[in-house]
Design a protein around this ligand. Structure first.
Ligand SMILES: Cc1ncc(C[n+]2csc(CCOP(=O)(O)OP(=O)(O)O)c2C)c(N)n1
Length: 349
């Protein structure tokens, strides 16, 4: 075997013992369904990108391609009654949380059938029934909201955890430090998940950050920090489970750093000239879906034909979502000022 081949094999290998742990704790069916979710996210994003180019999606659109293991691994460490909140690159989190792909696509298209009634668009997906609280466009803006949500559960004596996803670009925003400090001072069960895809728009982390091991940021707030390979679904799941258990059982905040990579430009209008094609190709050698496909075949859980079937089903799901969104109506002009102020629809617990 050449050096290159053996390096490729190492990059492709998942942490085998964590795969065994997942099979034992989750069962084969659940592990396969998590794999399917990653494939569905990838195919959904293919269609979202295409629809954007056809001008069916207006405004901003940030694709999640390459980062699928982060959302799927981490969200599957939660209970249904836990809370999830994310930034604007959140199509993957929404789908991993179980939002209906038809309604998510319709939201991208600005249609009334969308999850935010067509008024939020790509960056503001939301679904209270799934405890999915956005979709936030301001970098770092949702971190104090996450701390507030965790405060609310703590105040009501519930044992729910709030999981908050954000990019490494948030780490130098003042709100990260304010939210982290408050979370620790008030013992809030919130898990901050940094999806470090190396770039904040066109700026690589090392160019702007004196500290690049972002787990160290937790130390300043005496917060427990965890780290995982963001391209290994099992590593993300197992690490997230540890962090979530800690947050729930100790009622304390935690920080997870995920080492991941985005394959596409920052948004649909970014040609990504700040990095060369070789770098992207190099990163794709640890592709989270390919790694899981290999593992499933190695474990004799699936054959190549089964994997192709899963991919075909995911493509069909994504193109059906586009058809649904195409056929849906835009919101009525009369509804323009609806939902500006809301009646509190939930019983205060
Ligand atoms: C407060 C604020 N400043 C600047 C922007 C413009 N902006 C949008 S995305 C982005 C980069 C953020 O990168 P990162 O947090 O790493 O997330 P990623 O896009 O990589 O998922 C910037 C600077 C913004 N939306 N909000």
């Amino acid at each position: 075997m050449s050096d290159n081949e053996s390096e490729n094999e190492t990059l492709m290998a998942l942490k085998a013992e964590l795969g065994d742990q997942a099979l034992e704790e989750l069962g084969e069916e659940k592990v396969v369904s998590m794999y399917k979710d990653m494939v569905r996210i990838r195919r959904f994003e293919d269609q979202a990108g295409r629809a954007y180019q056809q001008k069916k999606v207006k405004g901003f659109c940030h694709l999640y391609t390459g980062q699928e293991a982060c959302a799927v691994g981490a969200i599957n460490a939660l209970r249904d009654d836990d809370n999830v909140i994310a930034a604007y690159r959140e199509h993957g989190h929404a789908l991993a949380r179980g939002l209906d792909p038809d309604r998510v696509m319709a939201e991208l298209f600005g249609k009334a059938a969308g999850v935010t009634n067509g008024k939020g668009g790509s960056m503001h997906l939301f679904n209270v029934d799934k405890n999915f609280y956005g979709g936030w466009a301001i970098v770092g803006g949702h971190l104090p909201v996450a701390a507030g949500m965790a405060f609310a559960t703590e105040y009501r004596d519930l044992d729910e955890v709030t999981m908050c996803f954000f990019g490494e670009g948030s780490i130098h925003q003042g709100v990260f430090h304010e939210a982290a400090n408050m979370a620790e001072v008030y013992d809030l069960p919130v898990v901050f998940v940094i999806e470090d895809n190396r770039y904040a728009m066109g700026t690589e982390l090392s160019r702007v950050s004196a500290v690049t091991d972002l787990k160290k940021k937790a130390k300043a707030y005496d917060m427990k920090a965890f780290g995982a390979d963001g391209q290994d679904m099992f590593d993300v799941w197992s690490t997230s489970k540890d962090a979530v258990d800690y947050a729930r059982n100790e009622s304390r905040p935690a920080l997870i750093h995920l080492d991941t990579y985005r394959y596409k430009g920052h948004s649909m209008t970014d040609p990504a000239t700040y990095r060369d094609k070789d770098e992207v190709a190099d990163e794709q050698r640890r592709d989270p879906i390919q790694r899981m496909s290999n593992w499933l075949v190695d474990q004799e859980i699936m054959a190549d034909d089964d994997l192709s079937e899963i991919d075909e089903a995911a493509k069909e799901m994504a193109s059906d979502a586009v058809d649904f969104a195409d056929q849906a109506d835009f919101p009525d002009l009369d509804s323009l000022t609806d939902d500006v102020y809301v009646d509190w629809p939930w019983e205060i617990r």
